[in-house]
Ligand binder design. Structure first.
Ligand code: FMN
Length: 390
C-alpha cells in the first residue's frame, strides 16, 4: 500500500451505497455510441476502469429523454449516447452488468445541453433548443469554441415557456427512472459548463422575471426542481451527485459566486432538494477559490467551499496527476504526469473534500486507482488518450 495515498482507500458511505475508495472516474464524453446506443466497446471501456479498482465511475454525459437534449455543441460531437429507447437502455444494462461483475459502481451523468445545442442538429433537428431567456451568452467571452459556432449561437431565440420547463424536469425524472431500471447505482447530474441547468444558474443566460429567475437563490430553483423530481423518482437512498462550475464554455472567466455567502445562495436550495455530493468542476484542484478569506480558509478550493456551505459531501477534480489543465493541455499540445499528489493529499487530509475526480489520467491508464493503491508508476499521459476508447 502506498502510504501517501492510503487515506484515499478508506471506504465511504454515500446514501445507501458503500464506495470502496475515494477515487472517482470523472465524466468524459466519448462519442462512441452510434444512434445514442452504447455498444460492447463502451461496456468494455468502463469494465476496464472497474477492474482497475476505480471507486466510482461516472459515465460520459448521457442525453436525457427530451428531444432538445443533444445536438452539436461546438465540441466535435458525433455519437453521443442517450438514456431512452430499448436499444440504448439495453446497451446501458450491459455497461452496468460488466462494471458490477468487475466489482465496480457506476452512475450515469444526466445531460441536457440547453443553450449550447446548435439549432437544427442532433437526433431531433426540428425541435427548438431550450434557452431560459433565449440567450447563449455574451459576445467576447473567453472561449475555445469555434467562431462560426459562437456567431450562430449569439443570435437570440425564444425563451423557454413554462410548459417547456415542466417537460424538461419530467424528462430528467423519467431518465433517472430509466437509469434505475438499467441497474445504475446512483445518479450524477451535469449542472455545469454552460449547459441547461447552468443556464438557469448564470445571470447572463437567465434574465427571467418569473419564478425561474431573479436572485441567486431564485435562479437555483430550476436545478432544485430537477433534483427534487429525480429524488422522487429514485427514492430516498440512492445517491445523487451534482456537478457545478463557476466557468462556462461561453466564458471561462464567468462566475456564479464571488464569496462564500453567494456560493451558499447558489448551492443551498439544490442541497436541500436532495443532493448527496457536490462535484465542483475546476481545472486545477490546487487553487484557492476565495483567496481573500482570512487564514486557512483563504487556501480552500471550490470543493472545500461547497462542502462547508452545504454540509454535503464533496468531490474535487482538475489536473490530478497532471501538470496542465484540460483546456490548457489542448492549447499547448499536451500534459505531462505531475507529482501533485502530495498537494492533493494535504487538502484531502485536512478534510476539504471526500472524493477525488480523476479525468484524463484514468482515460490514459484504466488501472490508475489500482496503481495508486499499490504505489506503482502510472502510464505517462499522451493526448491520444483523449480521443480513443482505450
Ligand atoms: C475528453 C473529455 C471529455 C469530457 N466530457 C465531460 C462530460 O461529458 N461531462 C462533464 O461534466 N465533464 C466532462 N469533462 C471534464 C472532466 O470531467 C474533468 O472535469 C476534467 O477533464 C478535469 O479533470 P482532469 O484534469 O483530471 O482531466 C471532459 C473532459 C475531457 C478531457
Amino acid at each position: 500500500m502506498d502510504t501517501l495515498l492510503a487515506p484515499l482507500f478508506e471506504p465511504l458511505r454515500v446514501g445507501s451505497l458503500r464506495l470502496k475508495n475515494r477515487i472517482v472516474m470523472a465524466p468524459m464524453t466519448r462519442n462512441y455510441s452510434p444512434d445514442g446506443v452504447p455498444g460492447e466497446n463502451v461496456a468494455s471501456y468502463y469494465q476496464r476502469r472497474a477492474e482497475g479498482e476505480t471507486g466510482l465511475i461516472i459515465t460520459e454525459a448521457v442525453g436525457i429523454d427530451h428531444p432538445a437534449a443533444l445536438g452539436e455543441a461546438g465540441i466535435g460531437e458525433s455519437d453521443l449516447p442517450h438514456l431512452y429507447g430499448e436499444q440504448a437502455l439495453n446497451g446501458w444494462r450491459r455497461v452496468v452488468a460488466q462494471v458490477h461483475d468487475a466489482g465496480g459502481v457506476v452512475f450515469p451523468q444526466l445531460w441536457h445541453q440547453g443553450v449550447m445545442r446548435r439549432q437544427g442538429t442532433g437526433p431531433h433537428p426540428q425541435v427548438a433548443s431550450m434557452r431560459p431567456s433565449g440567450i447563449w451568452g455574451l459576445p467576447g467571452g473567453l472561449t475555445s469554441s469555434p467562431d462560426f459556432y459562437v456567431q450562430s449561437q449569439l443570435v437570440p431565440t425564444q425563451p423557454m415557456t413554462e410548459r417547456d420547463i415542466e417537460e424538461v424536469i419530467e424528462a430528467y425524472a423519467r431518465s433517472a427512472m430509466h437509469a434505475l431500471e438499467c441497474g445504475f447505482d446512483g445518479i450524477a447530474i451535469h449542472g455545469g459548463h454552460g449547459y441547461l441547468i447552468d443556464n438557469f444558474l448564470w445571470s447572463v443566460t437567465n434574465q427571467r422575471s418569473d419564478m425561474w429567475g431573479g436572485s441567486r437563490r431564485e435562479r437555483s430553483r430550476f436545478a432544485a426542481e430537477v433534483v427534487r423530481a429525480i429524488r422522487r423518482a429514485i427514492g430516498p437512498d440512492m445517491p445523487i451527485v451534482f456537478r457545478f462550475s463557476q466557468w462556462k464554455q461561453q466564458d471561462f472567466k464567468a462566475r456564479l459566486a464571488n464569496s462564500p455567502a453567494e456560493l451558499e445562495d447558489v448551492l443551498a436550495p439544490i442541497a436541500e432538494a436532495g443532493v448527496d455530493v457536490f462535484d465542483a468542476s475546476v481545472r486545477y484542484f490546487n487553487r484557492a477559490e476565495f483567496p481573500e478569506q482570512a487564514g486557512p480558509d483563504g487556501e480552500m478550493n471550490l470543493a472545500g467551499w461547497a462542502k462547508r456551505v452545504t454540509g454535503c459531501l464533496s468531490m474535487t477534480v482538475g489536473g490530478v496527476g497532471l501538470n496542465n489543465g484540460m483546456y490548457d493541455s489542448n492549447k499547448q499540445g499536451g500534459a505531462q504526469a505531475s507529482n501533485n499528489l502530495d498537494l492533493l493529499m494535504e487538502r484531502f487530509n485536512r478534510g476539504e473534500f471526500d472524493l477525488v475526480g480523476v479525468g484524463r489520467s484514468i482515460l490514459q491508464d484504466p488501472q490508475w486507482a489500482l496503481k495508486a493503491r499499490q504505489g506503482q508508476a502510472f502510464d505517462p499521459f499522451s493526448n491520444e488518450a483523449l480521443s480513443g476508447l482505450n
